[in-house]
Design a protein around this ligand. Sequence first.
Ligand code: SF4
Length: 628
Amino acid sequence: MSKRIVESYRKKLVAEEGYIVPQRGGLRIALCYPNTHSIGMANLGMHTMYELFNSIPGVSCERVFLPDRQDLIEYEKSGTPLLSLETQSRVKGFDVIAFSISFETDYLNMAKMLQLADIPVWSAERDEHHPLVIMGGAASFLNPEPIADFTNVIAVGEGEILAYQLIDAILENESKGEILLELARIGRGFYVPSLYDVIYNDDGTVFDYLPKQIGVPKRVGRALAAVNPKEGTLRRALRRGETELAEFLVNQDTFCPSTSVWSPEAEMGERLLVEISRGCSQGCRFCWAGYNYYPPRVVPAKDILEKAREWRSKTNKIGLVSTAVCDHPEISTILRELRAMDYRISVSSLRLDQISDELLDALVESRDQQIAVAPETGSDRLRRVINKNLTNDEIVDICGAVFDRGMLTVKLYMMVGLPTETEEDLDEIFVLVERVKDRMLEAGKRFGRAGKIITSLNGFVPKPNTPLQWDAILDERDLKRRIKYVCKGLSRIPNVEVRFMSAKIAHEQALYSSGDRTVARVIDAAARHGDLNRALRETGVDAAFHTSRDRSYDEFLPWSIVDSGLSFEFLKTEHEKARESLSSLPCPAVEKCTTCGVCPSTWLADAPESLIQIQPLKVKQALALATC
Ligand code: SF4
């Protein structure tokens, strides 16, 4: 084992506060983030699961990251197997390896970490003595198929809800087989790929998934709030006299996803990160974060402010994490109270149609000099195609309101290669950016400085469980040409900086987000030698088959093994409306709504009133029941 790696890990720990020193014995979980420590510690999913697992009695959880470049060289040179951060223990020695994956492009790193840990990447090659490999995180319920054959269990849904059921099943059963069967038979939240046969048509498309055992569901439901999984755990805890666990569960409704380990060396490390809401109601047709977190939910202001008070002695910077900050019904209270605590507030991103004066004042006060907004295109028609219902005039006015407050740097997110996009649509990007620039310079005169527009260009990548899931990504050469054309045109506009994602990266992302199980061979090979094209040649997998063809409505989509709750009819209708450049109303997030199909399913009747708050009443009932 390399002393240099051990020292570098201990140095990281010295700079941190709040990490948990694991107790001896009990169930040991290695929580893996498929990227470096600096990036992983800016991910709230990682903080949330670390805090949750370590709060369950009898469970100890340590963090594991993809080694940074320096350490990776040392790992490969010394042959040291992958180590955990807290105790520098071999990951191979843990009972459970749980990956938290937010982005499909991290699938390569996941395979790399298993290789570094000297654990067979393919689940079929692992035996009873190998750790149980679990995958969770946003990418899991998008399309788990490309990494299905690497994992024993895929947590389909939100970890805050699934963690207890998972631990219960592991502690209640002896063998891996028993654990997997129990989880699979829950029917919601846990997908066990090894318990399905994938049947393919002659043309290579998926025909169907056949469960191999009785009681294993045909499709796996997404878990936003199963019928209070904690009730079962609470009953068992009380039957066994485990009052500590029971007390924790009853008090669970104060849980608020936020920074759990203070890690100043990490990205945004000087900031307390707090998730204030999940999901967005707007229904932009390309956006997986919107549809895959339907219906949008909020964390109560009292919990957010309590967290802020708790951390105020450590920092005066707070990042509010949400895709729809101003949709929070208590946003005024939150901003007012945070300003009263003298916090410098920043937000992850801002939706153009909901920039409030109050929020702008708070951002100006925080001396935040830059905001990020997403017009996506310069064409009003194309914006209706993607159901982002804003006109160029409105966008210029909104940016103007920002500039008039002296915030003279704006980041504009744009997409190239959207369905039905024409060359004229590309030219309209220049017109819009030119107008925003002129508005900025006009405001800048009052502040005696110019300002800057940062345009961030991304190729459109179709995402599962969105209305545009049936569309192909633009051919790589054409996408490259269009990105180049837009970059060139934008770089001619003064005060505009251009950043872009390459067509190659967009196609790689498309392969992992739209591929089926055959893509796993590509990931394994690419993780071994780091070259995707070589991996495609070696495995003979035709990437274009997965990415560059429009799919018919009759095709069985690989990711539909996971039931997102969104109805086929809803997605098809939205897709057809996109073709007609017709827009739709936002998700009303109200009871009795049946529009997209997510809410009618029984599970929402038991859903938490807010993000993860359990319904106190139900728990009290369970308590009463358990003690009688
Ligand atoms: S059923 Fe209605 S309220 Fe529920 S997520 Fe869908 S659109 Fe929103």
